[in-house]
Design a protein around this ligand. Structure first.
Ligand code: ATP
Ligand code: MG
Length: 337
């Protein structure tokens, strides 16, 4: 089968001063893109790399691959993750992963939470703020979480995202609007254990990988107990990996099953396909709440980088190449190709 791999790459040219330092945090390093290509090459003789830039449409139209492995996070805009799948849909080229609709919905944290709530999938209560004065719209309890409405990779989620008063909230909302040029979503803070849950497959064949549990008590003193930008990219370095993860999670069967069940429901109501990594946190009553879904999950190959999807796979003896090729198999099954 002739495959193509669509991606956005972080390189020296995109560290521009006009954007916040985390602007390209979602994009992949060349090492990750090459690792995915090598995995695909194991099973398919032709794998063409196609950068998801402004020429992507023409390149895909000329090449017409039989299947695209899509890991492109997108160039710009609030629907950026949907752009390559939309192009592929238009060209009639099969691709791995979720549809433009699902990718646009899950990038928008409010829209995806509205869908989850409609289907009674537990998720923290929230309000969207387009102005720093909107903090008066928040009627929940403090502390609260303030995040950019449509970002990932903890962009804009810092220790100061956990706020304890209206004035702290207003300040963080103003920062997000100014730096990230988008509204803020403010959520009730769910304080319990956090898990991130890798999933592979579709329908009856959907598999939940071993749960990754996070223990925030190992973060530096004074750090907010959240998986923030600092926790992901600053406190945690390949030289000194952060010891916050336990995989498989140390939970009893009932809790594990209730977490798995809520993740499967979230996957299905949002029409996610082939793979996903879902963040979950327990509320005061111990009920698993969906924080968000990542239908284009990060898969950094080096274990010391603590990328959670590969970490969960390793815990069940599944190597990196098998993750990538299982995603391809799931997509091929869907298209019957
Ligand atoms: N409502 C909440 N209650 C408790 N903790 C939260 C809440 N929202 C976010 N967090 C914390 O902040 C972290 C980052 O939030 P979130 O997952 O929404 O951001 P993201 O940038 O989309 O993440 P990713 O890197 O997984 O794409 C979560 O992993 C969790 O630790
Ligand atoms: Mg997350």
């Amino acid at each position: 089968m002739r495959l193509a791999l669509t991606y956005n790459v972080k390189d020296d040219s995109n560290g521009s001063g006009e954007y916040p330092e985390d602007h390209y945090a979602e994009w992949d390093d060349l090492e990750t893109i090459e690792a995915v290509r090598d995995a695909l090459k194991e099973k398919h003789e032709e794998v063409e790399l196609i950068e998801a830039d402004l020429d992507a449409y023409d390149k895909l139209r000329d090449l017409k691959p039989e299947l695209v492995f899509n890991m492109a996070e997108g160039l710009t805009g609030e629907s950026r993750e949907a752009h390559i799948p939309a192009i592929l849909e238009m060209l009639g080229i099969p691709y791995t992963g979720s549809s433009p609709l699902t990718l646009a919905m899950t990038l928008n944290k409010a829209r995806s939470k509205q869908v989850l709530s409609y289907f009674s999938v537990p998720t923290p209560k929230f309000v969207v703020m387009e102005n720093e004065k909107d903090f008066t719209l928040f009627t929940g309890n403090f502390p609260a979480m303030v995040k950019p409405l449509f970002e990932g990779s903890s962009k804009g989620i810092r220790n100061n995202s956990l706020v304890n008063s209206g004035s702290e909230m207003s300040e963080k909302v103003a920062e997000i609007i100014k730096e990230y040029k988008q509204p803020a979503i403010v959520e009730e803070f769910v304080p319990g254990l956090e898990f991130t849950v890798a999933m592979l497959g579709n329908g009856d064949g959907l598999k939940v990988l071993p749960l990754v549990e996070m223990d925030f008590s190992t973060l530096p003193d004074g750090a907010a107990h959240i998986y923030s930008y600092e926790a992901k990219w600053i406190y945690d370095t390949p030289e000194k990996p952060l010891e916050i993860f336990t995989c498989p999670a140390d939970v009893d069967t009932d809790l594990r099953e209730s977490i798995e069940e809520v993740c499967i429901r979230a996957f299905n109501v949002l029409d996610v396909r082939d793979w996903c990594r879902t963040d979950v946190r327990l509320d005061e009553e111990g009920v698993p709440n969906i924080i968000e879904l990542n239908p284009l999950p990060g898969i950094i190959p080096a274990p010391e980088c603590n990328s959670c999807f590969p970490k969960a796979a390793r815990a069940m003896g599944m190597d990196y190449k098998a993750i990538v090729n299982t995603v391809v198999e799931s997509a091929r099954e869907r298209y019957d190709i």
